[in-house]
Design a protein around this ligand. Structure first.
Ligand SMILES: NC(=O)C1=CN([C@@H]2O[C@H](COP(=O)(O)OP(=O)(O)OC[C@H]3O[C@@H](n4cnc5c(N)ncnc54)[C@H](OP(=O)(O)O)[C@@H]3O)[C@@H](O)[C@H]2O)C=CC1
Ligand SMILES: O=C(CO)COP(=O)(O)O
Length: 340
């Protein structure tokens, strides 16, 4: 049995806490809302974020981060990307010996263009980090909560750490693979949210399955283009954390990113959609970050740019579709010279 602190008691933190508790680990689920933490301990449910799922006895909810971290060998971070620096700055003075940081969030920080593992390494001194591991893949919390078969990837520069996390989570309904390509795994998980927003928009507009297949395929091409420039292994994007997560996020009604796009396609404003969602929609912020990165790295990302114009510059979705379809002719493999 291992003691794991889970920082972030939303949908995904709660579902992953359940997987760990099913595997016999002692799980300290930390959330910053005292009332919700008390309710979880009393009702054995997180009705706000994962309704209908009965939580195993191995989970104890904490409103005090310090108590949750006490004796924890590993810290699983599952807060929205925008909360990372704040949460890590709270954690830092509470650590006295190195721990493994596992993160399961999917986003890139705007302006700094940092991946989450880089933010962790920036905020926590090296002597307090045993390893950084990313857990990512096609995995909606609602289905993991039902213990439906799910596959994900554990990625780390250190294979032993990736394998340790694989063993920690793996069970009969949750299968974990390893991959050393932490850059590709983090970028795939973050960037697919942009394409899911765009796919939701085309679904909301009623543009059909051809348009959605086009967005997903050309979306993956631009993700791989940026990834390659940032040092990822292009093959990672054909795996669970690339194509796999792109499929689930663009096609599932559980996806908050797809749902947001769908409502935008139906004519609602971004502000209204986000105000009513009640959960994080990472793709909005990541569109900003990817737009900046595409400019900095000089990588062609037409879907990301079109979505950026819709979300932040008032371009109509109709105009965005026309501008994408009206681009000059291309070779399908044009920007991936190795494949020509
Ligand atoms: N849901 C899913 O199926 C999956 C989600 N992910 C990723 O996991 C990450 C978390 O998503 P998810 O759990 O779905 O998000 P939710 O919106 O369901 O929950 C987010 C949680 O984080 C809390 N939170 C927000 N800011 C802070 C803060 N500053 N300090 C402490 N807690 C904070 C929220 O609390 P409050 O109630 O106060 O807002 C809430 O409990 C995202 O990056 C997402 O992309 C990855 C795979 C699957
Ligand atoms: O990453 C996810 C599934 O793998 C969750 O996607 P959403 O944040 O769009 O719900």
């Amino acid at each position: 049995m291992t003691v794991v602190a889970v920082a972030g008691a939303g949908s995904w933190g709660t579902a992953l806490a359940m997987v760990l508790a099913d595997n016999g680990h002692e799980v300290r689920l930390w959330g910053h809302r005292e009332e919700l933490m008390q309710e979880i301990n009393e009702t054995r449910m997180n009705n706000r974020y994962l309704p209908g799922v009965e939580l195993p006895d191995g989970i104890c909810a904490y409103a005090s981060l310090e108590s949750a971290l006490q004796d924890a060998e590993h810290i699983l971070l599952v807060v929205p990307t925008k909360a990372y620096r704040d949460v890590l700055r709270q954690i830092r003075p509470m650590l006295s010996s190195p721990v493994t940081f596992i993160h399961a969030s999917k986003g890139i920080e705007p302006d700094s263009s940092k991946r989450i593992s880089e933010v962790i390494e920036e905020e926590i001194p090296a002597h307090l980090i045993a390893s950084v591991v990313v857990l990512s893949g096609p995995s909606h919390a609602e289905e993991v909560g039902l213990r439906h078969p799910t596959t994900v990837t554990s990625a780390s520069k250190h294979l032993e750490a990736a394998e340790m996390v694989q063993d920690l989570f793996m069970n009969s309904y949750f299968r974990v693979y390893t991959n050393p390509d932490i850059i590709g795994v983090e970028l795939g998980g973050a960037l697919k949210n942009i394409i899911a927003l765009a796919a939701g928009i085309t679904d909301g507009l009623g543009l059909g399955d051809n348009a959605k297949a086009a967005l997903m395929t050309r979306g993956l091409a631009e993700i791989a283009r940026l990834g390659r420039m940032m040092g990822a292994n292009p093959l990672t994007f054909a795996g669970l954390t690339g194509m796999g997560d792109l499929i689930v996020t663009c096609t599932s009604v559980h996806s908050r990113n797809w749902r947001t796009g769908h409502m935008l396609g139906k004519g609602q404003s971004l502000e209204d959609v986000l105000a009513n969602m009640g959960m994080v929609v990472e793709g909005v912020r990541t569109t900003k970050a990817a737009y900046q990165l595409a400019g900095k790295m000089n990588v062609e990302m037409p879907i990301t740019i079109a979505l950026h114009e819709v979300l932040f510059n008032g371009k109509s979705v109709k105009e965005a579709v026309e501008s994408l379809m009206g681009r000059v002719r291309k070779h399908e493999m044009e920007a991936i010279p190795d494949l020509l």
